[in-house]
Design a protein around this ligand. Sequence first.
Ligand code: ADP
Ligand code: MG
Length: 498
Amino acid sequence: MGKVAVAAAVVCVAAVSAAAVVVVRHRMRNSGKWTKALDILKEFDDKCQTPISKLRQVADAMTVEMHAGLASDGGSKLKMLISYVDNLPTGDETGIFYALDLGGTNFRVLRVKLGGVENVKKEFQEVSIPPNLMIGNCEDLFDFIAGELAKFVATEGEDMQIPAGTQRELGFTFSFPVKQSSIAGGTLVRWTKGFNIEDAVGQDVVEELTKAMERVGLDMRVSALVNDTVGTLAGGRYSDPDVIAAVILGTGTNAAYVERANAIPKWQGLLPKSGEMVINMEWGNFRSSHLPLTEYDESLDNDSLNPGEQIYEKMISGMYLGEIVRRVLLKMAVEAEFFGDTVPSKLEKPFILRTPDMSAMHHDSTPDLKVVATKLKDILEISNTSLKMRKVIVELCEIVATRGARLSAAGILGILKKTGRDTIKEGEENQKSVIAMDGGLFEHYTKFRNSMQNTMDELLGEEASKNVIIKLSNDGSGLGAALLAASHSQYREYIEST
Ligand code: ADP
Ligand code: MG
């Protein structure tokens, strides 16, 4: 080899090794970033842990707060609202009734003909609420609702006509905290779940709806005002006498249950004949030092329309789960360049990742996680993800959903404890406790639902868990509201005597 050739070879080797060094450095930097991303995930996972011991503490705290909220108004974060429902449906209700369900992204109108449990005819329509009305003014919102209701009434068929000379009656499911003054009256305490209409707070929502119905020329009486949890409880009880509580896991979360009237110190009315009263817990506002809160929950809360409120709801419900995932991913993108050296701009947009999309990614069963890839591309405009990265995202969904599901199970254990149904008592070996469930999160997020059921079984133990049944009561709330309108009908005496 001549001198020149040798020199060329040396240069060549040097060039190759320089390139190799660049590649290695690049890999090291990448693996450093990868480690950092996994650290963020790991730290989040650690903070989200909900071992059984912790869940028991949460359940006990729930029971304590239930007592406090029943003792006095303002005695607890849990409002423990008195529903004025002291008689749940028996199955004997008859007649044609309307129901209206307002409480989240959609509202529903429903017409039912009641003729016994095996003979219910239902017709309904679902309308989405224009987002501007959710943060506008009271009159516009109620005019819109009354208008849609009037349109639905106009579709009444021959067999759905009420007797001549009578007035149509409605059960109004209004799923926000309301301080009731009677079965058909109550004032709005505050908004939740993305609604914020200032001039409606403190107003009687039945009066507001009645005025709006008058404005659109609809003659209808609001005979019952109920929360969706109370409606679900009533709807569930109609076909199953063992239903003792209802839990909603949808956009938000809440629960109602049947309490002994003499265990409600703040109840100042007459003791009902049944001895019972349905309590709307407003459990979404529960908070406790035992809740596994993370920095992401704290920042989500700070940036929300209702900071400091609905902390339990913000860890559990459909409105928030996808948003928690987004916040963790954003941190991974910013601090660990998880998606490359620029932060995907869509990822910075609050609430862009919805829980149904999170659920679709979490349930992705394709070997190469195609669904995850598609969601990332369509929603966040992130492409070229590796399988390894997509696995991390599924893992993140698992952490967030599992925490929410296990915390909901702990809440239910709190109710069972309060009502003495968490263990099997002598002589009550066959007493079943059925929890009527509703809401899109519970209905559609299979891994969430399964995790909740497994946690419930784990918390109760083999024996007691046989007697506690978690049951989907699909749109029980609409039927329940109609049933409560029936049992509080202005024509009740007449119907009962004929
Ligand atoms: P609302 O709570 O508004 O009355 P729903 O009970 O229908 O209404 O619940 C809707 C919520 O359920 C949505 O906001 C969403 O968070 C959640 N949800 C709906 N579909 C799914 C799904 N496939 N996977 C997970 N969550 C879902
Ligand atoms: Mg609902």
